[in-house]
Design a binder for this molecule. Structure first.
Ligand code: XMP
Length: 533
């Protein structure tokens, strides 16, 4: 197993993730966990993470000295490299220019870590790596015993190694995907240098997570707000695997769910998995409070507040509960750590997670270290249906932000039907994979639902004139939105095939009484957002 010591970098969990991808078990601990712990841990290798600190500051963090005395390989990344240099007798200086972003590193010397790994070879025969850098300080003098392993014009010592002692250090970040050989480098370190086998997989993860949950909650009762989304669903399935009936899920139906969603959630959890789920039909309460409200922010606040209200009411009745479980995943952890520093609120996000401290419950967040795609794999391994686990994201306020202006039950009913038709046709339309050399067609989407990141219908409360049969109609408009994005921060509108759009439009107008016009949204984000409100 690999011990990762965290110096507070935003991407430390990515290191853990890459090590997991290499099929090797790893754990992240704070850098100041102590010599004793490090000696007794039984690591086959240690990785020192990056940090926003500078080793040149007096009280900057240091790796436990035991790390360098264990006799196992150590990989220092960015700050990890600098502290390795400083602790072993080298010298670090404050770089005049901060280096941030793409760089090309020339691999020098033959080391086990980088030998044979490169992105391209120059005319002079130098192997080059395309990497991602983010640092101010840099190593000026290597400690004794080290040799140069890589350099860039502005950072002459960009990688170094003392192979005798098994110490390796990289100024760039192999854990981020922008470093194209990062996976290969980390794989090389854990497999060939540390000698770890790739024998760790999802079932192992499940049994470790189950043990951890059992140890954490003991015989206490746990409640969980189930939204039907991927994260809370996977958390529920995992916790249920660990503690069975000690878990009670509360599923609040605010009347703004997609078609058949409530039934699907109940069937899957209650019937198939045998999870205790209380379904609370609170649609009257939500609709009542939303009546007459047009402002998007106010709508979001009301939905968030009512959600908490309903949940709290239920929680109070479950008097034995000591824990509140949430499907918080790693990107949420980063995002909320950055809160307060960030600028303006574009939209106040509502998550099932936003529950108040007054509940007096301890938090159980078993997915905190996982990335979305890992959560999905975990869900499938726990027996959740593939289609459910690979669904597009759905916002907490549900259809509430897809009905422009005032929310009415009648609008929600129309929207649900239109949206279901759109999604059904996306799923039924094959996606022709353009042949891209080097892209593994096995991972390519097979239909248009998979080829888009998010797709939905939006209800516009305006009426337009139409003609159906011999008669004039005067009915509502539905807009279709489909986007492609990796991170949901920026997005492009999807170039759906015209035949597909035509079919969806025909079906909606023919099948949904009350809609006589369908339009397609061709705005990118930015300047638009993905949702309309
Ligand atoms: P926008 O509209 O801001 O959406 O471009 C980006 C992504 O976030 C989702 N979204 C939400 N998710 N609670 C959520 O859990 C919310 O309040 C919320 N608002 C937007 C949106 O569906 C898209 O995936």
């Amino acid at each position: 197993k690999i011990l990762i010591l965290d110096f507070g970098s935003q991407v430390t969990q990515l290191i853990a993730r890459r090590v997991r991808d290499a099929g090797v078990f790893s754990e992240v601990y704070p850098y100041d966990i102590g010599d004793e712990f490090v000696r007794n841990y039984g690591a086959s290798g240690v990785i020192l993470s990056g940090s926003h600190n500078s080793t040149l500051e007096g009280d900057s963090p240091r790796a436990p000295q035991a790390v360098f005395e264990l006799g196992v390989p150590v990989l220092g990344i960015c700050y990890g490299m600098q502290t390795m240099a400083a602790q072993l007798g080298g010298k670090v200086e404050n770089g005049k220019v901060r280096e941030f972003g793409y760089a090309e590193v020339r691999a020098r010397g033959h080391t086990k870590l980088l030998n044979g790994i490169n992105d391209f070879v120059t005319d002079e025969g130098h192997g080059m790596l395309k990497v991602w850098m983010s640092h101010g300080d840099k190593v000026l003098d290597m400690p004794q015993g080290f040799k140069l392993m890589g350099s860039t014009p502005s950072c002459p010592i960009a990688a170094m190694a003392d192979e005798e002692r098994g110490f390796y250090a990289l100024q760039f970040h192999p854990e981020v995907t922008h470093t194209t050989q990062g996976e290969a480098i980390i794989g090389r370190f854990v497999h060939e240098i540390c000698g770890c086998k790739s024998d760790w997989n999802m079932p192992d993860y499940i049994s470790e997570a189950v043990d951890k949950i059992r140890a954490q909650v003991g015989s206490d009762e746990v409640i969980l707000g189930l939204s039907g989304g991927v994260d809370s669903s996977v958390a529920a399935a995992l916790i249920h695997r660990a503690i069975g009936d000690q878990l009670t899920c509360v599923f609040v139906d605010h009347g703004l769910l997609r078609k058949d969603e409530g039934k699907m959630v109940m069937d899957m959890f209650s019937k198939n998995l045998g999870v205790k789920v209380l379904r609370i039909d609170a649609s009257d309460q939500f609709m009542g409070h939303l009546a007459g409200v047009n402002d998007p922010e106010q709508k979001r606040k009301i939905i968030g507040r009512e959600f908490v209200e309903v949940f709290q009411e239920q929680a109070k009745q479950l008097t034995a509960a000591r824990w509140l479980a949430q499907g918080t995943i790693y990107p949420d952890v980063i995002e909320s750590a950055g809160k307060g520093k960030k600028g303006q609120t574009i939209k106040s996000h509502h998550n099932v997670g936003g529950l108040p401290e007054t509940l007096n419950l301890k938090l159980l967040e078993p997915l905190r270290e996982l990335f979305k795609d890992e959560v999905r794999k975990l869900g499938v391994a726990l027996g959740l249906p593939h289609d459910m686990v690979y669904r597009h994201p759905f916002p907490g306020p549900g259809l509430g932000v897809r009905i422009l202006g005032e929310v009415k039950r009648e609008y929600a009913d129309l929207l649900r039907e239109a949206d279901a038709i759109f999604i059904e046709e996306l799923r039924n339309t094959p996606f022709e994979v353009p042949h891209v050399p080097g892209i593994d067609a096995g991972k390519a989407p097979t239909n248009w639902y998979e080829a888009t990141s998010q797709a939905f219908a939006v209800f516009l409360p305006v009426k337009s004139v139409g003609v159906m049969g011999d008669g004039r109609t005067y009915e509502y408009v539905v807009a279709l939105r489909a986007v492609q994005t990796l991170d949901f921060m920026t997005a492009q509108w999807a170039h759906l095939p015209h035949e597909l759009m035509g079919k969806v439009s025909n079906r909606i107008i023919n099948e949904v009484r009350g809609i006589n016009r369908v339009v397609y949204d061709i705005s990118g984000k930015p300047p638009a957002t993905i949702e309309w409100e």
